[in-house]
Unconditional design. Structure first.
Length: 353
């Protein structure tokens, strides 16, 4: 799939085919989805080679690179709603991760194992970082006076971007060095899931996956950019708000982690699912906000970060429920259903503000 996508992109860049024709857009959409699944595969191969939690971090950073590239390309293109695409995408990523992915993992995992366990300290550390990141990036801009909400002043924007990067770096340090054991699976005596140790792929396979992962991610970014204009026109034609574009971008870039998280939950590796999900939410804010902040200051474009009142309520409800859900170290199907319901309401409010 990445090779075919690269060939199509080569034909487009060489002006052999026109990007605005249906005969190119339909294969582009198909190859975009195929490249995403290819990225999942090669990232999982590398995750097996590196071991946890390094594999989860690799996948989180990979999809964040896609997210940042798409946001910046849309910002530079300008157009209606381009100043808010970063906010809409990051907020959508948080809602998709904490409600859709986590909820789906809990429901599917509980359908097979009834009750699943995970490391309470690891989940607590992730939520400790995720809460301040989300509030500082998307709630506080509505209440500052140096610039009218939902905007930060340039100095405030740089400071919040730096703080976001520091929080992300601190979390990665704790996850990989200081308290790595907080993010590893704990096998209990009553665990009836298959206890199979994953086999590490050989070095040559891992090296091939590094190359193909880079090709896959590049193909995803370029194909998504090629399809962004037709997608925006389709959203406008359907009479939907511009915020829907952020949902689509977030859903696309989170598809690899969503698939990997659900797979882990189905084999009773809920800790791995949470590592992937919470790590991607933290990376989505901690890496995206500093990057788009610098891009907006360099280009002189405004960057709207503050959420609407309805979305602030949904964000705070999601953080509150995540604290309750991940505050005991054990989960059931009921918690998963609650998160999925919140996600459904988020989609409703996005499409019908």
């Amino acid at each position: 799939m990445p090779v075919l996508a690269s060939l199509l992109l080569g034909l487009k860049l060489g002006h052999v085919v026109a990007a605005d024709t249906l005969l190119v857009q339909v294969p582009s959409a198909f190859l975009l989805g195929g490249s995403v699944f290819a990225a999942v595969h090669h990232a999982e191969v590398l995750a097996l080679r590196l071991g946890e939690p390094f594999g989860s971090i690799l996948l989180a950073v990979s999809v964040t690179v896609i997210e940042v590239a798409l946001i910046v390309s849309i910002q530079l293109a300008g157009g209606p709603g381009s100043d808010a695409v970063a906010r809409d995408t990051v907020f959508s990523a948080v809602m998709i991760v904490l409600n859709a992915i986590v909820g789906l993992c809990l429901v599917l995992g509980a359908s097979q194992y009834r009750v699943q366990s995970f490391q309470l300290h690891g989940a607590s550390a992730a939520l400790t970082v995720l809460g301040p990141l989300a509030v500082l990036a998307m709630v506080l801009p509505n209440y500052t006076t140096a610039a009218p909400g939902p905007y930060y002043s340039p100095f405030q924007l740089i400071t919040v971007g730096a703080v976001s990067l520091v929080l992300y770096a601190g979390f990665v340090f704790v996850q990989t060095v200081r308290h790595r054991d907080y993010f590893l699976d704990v096998r209990t005596g009553d665990d009836d899931s298959p206890d199979v140790e994953p086999v590490k792929p050989p070095a040559r396979v891992a090296l091939a996956s590094v190359v193909l992962l880079l090709v896959s991610l590049t193909a995803v970014v370029l194909l998504a950019k090629l399809l962004s204009s037709p997608l925006e026109r389709a959203i406008d034609g359907a009479g939907l708000p511009h915020a829907v574009l952020g949902v689509v971008i977030a859903a696309l870039v989170l598809l690899p982690e969503g698939i990997a998280s659900v797979r882990a939950a189905l084999v009773n590796r809920l800790q791995n699912s949470l590592n992937l999900a919470l790590g991607s939410a933290i990376a989505s804010i901690g890496l995206t906000i500093p990057t788009v902040a610098v891009a907006s200051l360099v280009t002189g474009q405004n960057l709207a970060l503050g959420l609407s009142q309805a979305n602030v309520v949904l964000l705070l409800l999601t953080l509150f429920m995540s604290t309750l859900t991940l505050g005991t170290g054990r989960t059931t199907v009921l918690q998963g259903i609650v998160h999925l319901v919140i996600f459904a309401v988020f989609l409703l409010v996005t499409a019908v503000p």
